[in-house]
Write a protein that binds this ligand. Structure first.
Ligand code: ZN
Length: 463
């Protein structure tokens, strides 16, 4: 499911900006980490633990996190000093409710005040202002190792082992430097990256041959990219059976789900997370959507004006270098199915997460471009952004300026991203606006396909 706002841009696990060498190194580092085995054992034990044991684990981690935050994070040091609350009194999940909710805005204003470690000891991750303020977060390497172990645990429920071979489809940023090669094998990571850039009928035979030669246990990536590949295979009457289709970063349309399941003859295994790394959840083999309780504590906050939507509030239990307690993710969920889940786990259940939904764009030469808002992910100085397709190959980036905004810099950066992610031959205009109009649902769409305005030449007004 989605990496919504910051979220599913999962960022959770979108490593699309990493070149394959960097991806391989990061992956190897996590796989070789000395704590990896003990963390995996811990997760294995929790898999069959009852609710009491899970809670005990969470509260032990919570006490540790609060202690670290109160001692070393400037934000929480100040909070505990001025509020009169003794950090040692925060001992249980109920006690958490005495701490303040943290908004994305507060995090955007002073990210370094949350850090408990020097920057150079952690990995940083940025999220654009597509639907809010852009933010910078940090994560410790150990918490990243833990995150990978949590995902590998989930895959194991579907018979996909940690060292299984996976075909990965996200963006296409490596394609332009590949002299026409649609795939790259990542040495050491047992991954075959397939570029969305080449998901066209004339390339499908080459892609299928390379995937078959690779013998993957799973297909992993953005649902919109995987569904594009699945549609090409279906049109040729081809199937590539695997054990699981692993998805994240956006909502899955019912048609996409059916198509992926049929072509790959496997269940769709989705997971949800955010750039801020406060909570994770995902599908189990019985179809439940579970919070992963060792990763974070999830509270559900009623959404104003709705009786059946809740906002996910997360408290990280693993990222000691950047403690976020009661962070408002902005991601909303519908009511969960009544438990217990037939899988037998005591992990809490979530309803459908209302994640990122956007239209697939079309390049000037007719290629489909999945998840096109990825071109704004690393832009800075914006409060909000939306990219629109006016006609194939002709796009308009609409932005609400934020601190440090420069129209010339934003335009140049976005054009470079378009050339890198969409390929050459596209046009991009920039339009600066005071506010982006919301649809009736209130949820800003980060990428929209619009028909050409009859009164204009369709190129927008270059800034
Ligand atoms: Zn379950």
């Amino acid at each position: 499911m989605p990496d919504t706002r910051a979220g599913w841009r999962l960022g959770v696990l979108s490593q699309m900006s990493l070149p394959s060498a960097g991806l391989s190194l990061k992956y190897r580092l996590r796989r070789a980490h000395p704590r990896r085995i003990s963390l995996r054992r811990q997760l294995e034990r929790l898999d069959r633990a009852d609710a009491g044991r899970i809670r005990e684990f969470q509260e032990r981690r919570l006490r540790h996190l609060v202690r670290v935050a109160a001692a070393r994070s400037p934000f929480y040091r100040e909070y505990f000093r001025t509020s009169g609350i003794d950090p040692r009194s925060i001992r249980t999940v109920e006690d958490l409710g005495r701490l303040p909710l943290i908004s994305r805005h507060e995090l955007a204003e002073r990210p370094d005040d949350f850090r408990t470690l020097p920057r150079w000891l952690m990995w940083s991750v940025h999220s654009s202002g597509t639907t809010g303020s852009p933010i910078t977060c940090y994560r410790t390497i150990t918490s990243s190792v833990f995150e990978l172990a949590v995902l590998e645990r989930q895959w194991s429920w579907f018979g996909v082992s940690a060292d299984s071979r996976r075909v990965v489809l996200r963006g296409s940023d490596f394609a332009t430097g590949q002299r026409g090669r649609p795939t790259i094998a990542v040495p050491g990571a047992r991954q075959l990256l397939v570029s969305s850039y080449y998901l066209t009928p004339d390339r499908v035979d080459v892609i299928v041959a390379e995937i078959r030669r690779f013998r993957p246990a799973a297909i992993e990536g953005w649902p919109s990219s995987i569904a594009l590949l699945a549609a090409l295979l279906r049109d040729r009457g081809l199937r590539i059976p695997v054990r699981a289709v692993i998805t994240s970063s956006e909502m899955i349309a019912p048609g996409q789900r059916t198509l992926m399941q049929e072509v790959f003859d496997a269940p769709v295994v989705d997971h949800y997370g955010q750039t801020e790394r406060v909570a994770m959840a995902g599908t189990c083999e019985a179809g439940g959507y579970h919070v992963f309780p060792a990763y974070g504590i999830v509270e559900l906050l009623p959404v104003e004006g709705s009786t059946e939507r809740w906002e996910i509030v997360g408290t990280s239990l693993q990222n000691c270098g950047f403690p976020l307690l009661r962070y408002r993710t902005g991601d909303e969920v519908l009511p969960a199915a009544p438990g217990p889940c037939p899988c037998g786990r005591a992990f809490p259940l979530l309803g459908v997460v209302d994640g990122r939904v956007e239209d697939t764009f079309t390049a000037a030469d007719g290629r489909p471009l999945p998840l096109p808002s990825s071109i704004v992910d690393d832009l800075s100085g914006l409060r909000e952004a939306q990219v629109a397709q006016l006609r194939p190959g002709v796009f308009e980036l609409r932005v609400v300026p934020g601190t440090g905004f420069s129209a010339a810099r934003t335009h140049a950066h976005a054009r470079r991203n378009v050339a890198r992610l969409f390929g050459p031959g596209q046009e991009l205009a920039l339009r600066v606006v005071e506010r982006l109009p919301r649809p009736p649902s209130g949820k800003l769409k980060a990428a929209v396909v619009e028909s050409t305005h009859p009164a204009s030449d369709g190129k927008g007004s270059p800034c």
